[in-house]
Design a protein around this ligand. Structure first.
Ligand code: ADP
Length: 339
C-alpha cells in the first residue's frame, strides 16, 4: 500500500502499469507522452487510434508493448488556465480514474508522472500536492498496491519554497558536514560503515572528538546496555499498545508493507533497516528521545553527520509526523526515504 517518490524516466519503470500524461486525442504528443510512444513502439499508436480519445480526467488502458511495464494507463490532464476553470478537480479525477483501473485489474505496482506539469503548465507544487493527497487517500482505503510518483527533474517544489528554506537553514546550523575539513568524504565513509558504530559515533571521522560527542557516545552505549534485554520488536509492540493504535494503523502510517510488518511482528529479533525503524518511530508519533530509544533497540541513533537524520530531527521537532510529508521533504533534499 505504500507511495514512493522516485527520480527516473518513467519509460524505464518495471511496473504492472505506468501512467501516460496524454492529450485527449490519445494519438501521441510531446513530453512524457512522446517518450512513452517512442519506447512502446508503433503498435501503441495503432491501438490508441481505435480508442476514440479520452476526456480530461478520465483514463483508458492499453498494453505496454515494448515497454518494461506490462500496461499503460492513458489519462488526459487539464490544461492550466489560472486555476479557476476546474483544473484541480480534473487533475484529481485523472489520478482517481487511473487508480480505479489499476485496482480493477489487480495491478500491484503503478507509476505516475506528475500529470499536467509540463506542456499543460500546471504549477508543480500544487500538482504535486493533489497527486500525493489523492494517491494517499486511495491507498488508505486498502488496495494492496505500490504507487510510484516519478519525477524527471529535481526541485524544492515538493514542499514549497518557504519550508525548503527553513529546513535548509536548520541543516546549515546542525549538519556536521558544514564543519567538514577539506579532503574528508565524511558521508561516504559513514555510509560505507555498516557497523553499529557507523551510526552511533558521528564524530569518528573528519574532525576530533568534542566533549559533546563523548557524552553522546556514553549515553548511547549506556542506553544500549540498559535496553539490551528488550528487542526492537518488543519495544515497537509495547509502544503500539501504549499509543492505543492498531497494527494496521501503525504500518500504514509508517508507509511499510503489511508483509514486512508481519515479519517484524513474528520475529522478536528482527533487525530492521535504519529508515524502516525511523518510519515506525514516526508512525508512533515518538518525540526525539523516544525515537532514539527505539532506534537504539536496532543499534542506530539519529546523528547530525547525516543530512537525512538532520531533516528527520527537524520534522520531529516541528511535529511533522505525516510520513508522506517527511518523504517529500527528504526527497526535496535528495535523501533516502522512510518506510
Ligand atoms: P502534460 O502535457 O500533462 O503537462 P508533459 O509530458 O509535458 O505532460 O509533462 C508531465 C510531467 O512529466 C512533467 O513534470 C515532465 O517533467 C515529466 N516527464 C517528461 N518526460 C518524462 C519521463 N520520460 N519520465 C517521467 N516524467 C517525465
Amino acid at each position: 500500500m505504500p507511495l514512493f517518490l522516485v527520480r527516473n524516466d518513467i519509460t524505464k519503470m518495471e511496473c504492472d502499469a505506468i501512467v501516460n500524461a496524454a492529450n485527449s486525442s490519445l494519438l501521441g504528443g510531446g513530453g512524457v507522452d512522446g517518450a512513452i510512444h517512442k519506447a512502446a513502439g508503433p503498435e501503441l499508436l495503432e491501438k490508441t487510434k481505435t480508442l476514440g480519445g479520452c476526456e480530461p480526467g478520465k483514463a483508458k488502458l492499453t498494453k505496454g508493448y515494448k515497454l518494461p511495464a506490462s500496461y499503460i494507463i492513458h489519462t488526459a490532464g487539464p490544461k492550466w488556465h489560472g486555476g479557476n476553470e476546474g483544473e484541480a478537480d480534473i487533475l484529481k479525477s485523472c489520478y482517481v480514474s487511473c487508480l480505479e483501473i489499476a485496482k480493477k485489474n489487480k495491478f500491484k505496482t503503478v507509476a505516475f508522472p506528475l500529470i499536467s506539469t509540463g506542456i499543460y503548465g500546471y504549477p508543480k507544487d500544487e500538482a504535486m500536492r493533489i497527486a500525493c493527497d489523492t494517491i494517499e487517500e486511495f491507498l488508505i482505503s486498502g488496495p494492496d498496491m505500490m504507487v510510484y510518483l516519478v519525477f524527471f527533474d529535481t526541485g524544492s517544489y515538493c514542499i514549497g519554497k518557504e519550508l525548503y528554506k527553513e529546513i535548509a537553514c536548520f541543516i546549515d546550523d546542525n549538519y556536521y558536514e558544514a564543519y567538514r575539513e577539506p579532503g574528508h568524504d565524511r558521508d561516504a565513509r559513514l555510509q560505507n560503515s555498516a557497523s553499529i558504530t557507523g551510526n552511533m559515533f558521528p564524530s569518528e571521522v573528519g574532525r576530533s572528538f568534542t566533549e559533546d560527542d563523548i557524552t553522546e557516545c556514553q549515553y548511547s552505549i549506556e542506553s544500549m546496555v540498559r535496553h539490551m534485554d528488550e528487542s526492537f520488536t518488543d519495544y515497537l509492540l509495547k509502544k503500539i499498545d501504549e499509543k492505543g493504535i492498531t497494527d494496521t494503523e501503525c504500518y500504514k502510517r509508517a508507509n511499510v508493507d503489511r508483509r514486512l510488518f508481519s515479519k517484524i511482528r513474528s520475529n522478536r529479533l528482527y533487525h530492521p533497516k535504519k529508515y524502516t525503524a525511523i518510519a515506525f518511530a514516526d508512525a508512533l508519533r515518538l518525540n526525539l528521545a523516544e525515537t532514539n530509544e527505539l532506534l537504539m533497540k536496532a543499534g542506530y541513533i539519529l546523528t547530525h553527520s547525516s543530512k537525512a537524520d538532520t531533516i528527520i530531527e527537524y520534522c520531529i521537532n516541528n511535529n511533522i509526523y505525516d510520513i508522506y510529508k517527511i518523504n517529500e521533504t527528504l526527497f526535496s533534499f535528495d535523501q533516502p526515504l522512510l518506510g
